[in-house]
Design a protein around this ligand. Structure first.
Ligand code: PAF
Length: 281
């Protein structure tokens, strides 16, 4: 596996593959890779001749009081893991490569509407940072397809919408969430949890399942959302939201709407913010 940090080397490698008629998949990541990321790579491998992974802790998607500084950076370990999992090329740029005029003076992409709610409401500017960096990565790599985890459900929807709206020639694929045996969704942020917090964390998944069950039994959506939030609070979480939304656009479903829904939770446990979701179909 080749590792490159600059755009000309990346473009040269991709051009070489293209000249042989090979297809290219991109798996964008922020590094500190785990089995969840490697499952994205596996999907990419199955769908394209060549796989590029990017590792870049993107400053513009972190708010001022978020974990940009402490986000785990484990490039040597990631390199070894990617090579082992069949990645052809790792793109690990510096901030100056991704933001030649500085992160604060970058052109920015705003995907309206779908970014106003849930994560967007609690992390202002987050999705502008995500959309901008993903668009830059698409322009640099020019992949045929790109794979994102369904764990970041809203992120996936924002990227799908950006691609459609800006007519970007990339097929976006979502990959199922990988979970620990007790149901906790795999995330690089899980390592921030103390042992006691880690023991509590699977309650998020259990709450999502309960939300699905209660909706299936005909309970009103708002009552289910309130009950889920209270349950998390009683267990020691500080929830940002526990919501049932339309999977397509994350809008609030109409009364009695039951098809194409998803439950989503974001909650803090100590200093760690966890997110998870459960599509109902
Ligand atoms: O999901 C992530 O790891 C990041 O948000 C992404 C898509 C790599 C953009 O920085």
């Amino acid at each position: 596996m080749q590792t490159v940090q600059d755009a000309p080397s990346l473009r040269a490698a991709v051009r070489g593959w293209r000249s042989q008629g090979q297809t290219v998949a991109l798996v964008p990541t922020m590094g500190n890779l785990h089995a969840g990321h490697y499952s994205l790579l596996k999907l990419a491998r199955a769908r394209a001749d060549r796989v590029v992974a990017s590792v870049f802790v993107n400053p513009t998607q972190f708010g001022p009081n978020e974990d940009f500084e402490r986000y785990p950076r484990t490039l040597a370990q990631d390199q070894a893991g990617l090579a082992e999992h069949g990645c052809d090329l790792l793109f690990a740029p510096e901030v100056a490569t991704m933001y030649p005029f500085g992160a604060e003076h970058s052109a920015s992409i705003h995907v309206p509407g779908i970014t106003d709610t849930l994560e967007g409401a609690h992390r202002p500017g987050h999705f502008d940072g995500v959309a901008t960096v993903v668009c830059k990565l698409f322009n640099l790599v020019q992949p045929d397809l790109a794979v994102f985890g369904q764990k970041d459900f809203q992120q996936l929807k924002v990227i799908e919408r950006m691609v459609r709206d800006l007519a970007l020639p990339v097929k976006v694929m979502g990959a199922p969430t990988l979970r620990a045996d007790d149901g906790l969704a795999l995330s690089s942020r899980n390592q921030y949890l103390s042992d006691a917090e880690r023991a509590l964390a699977p309650l998020i998944r259990q709450t999502l399942q309960q939300m699905r069950e209660l909706l299936g039994k005909g309970h009103a959506r708002r009552i289910i959302e309130e009950a889920a939030q209270s349950k998390l609070e009683r267990a020691g979480f500080v929830p940002d939201y526990a919501a049932i939304r339309r999977a397509e656009d994350l809008a609030e479903p109409a009364e009695g709407e039951r098809e194409g829904l998803v439950a989503l939770i974001a909650a803090r446990l100590g200093t760690t913010r966890l997110i998870d979701n459960l599509p109902f179909d």
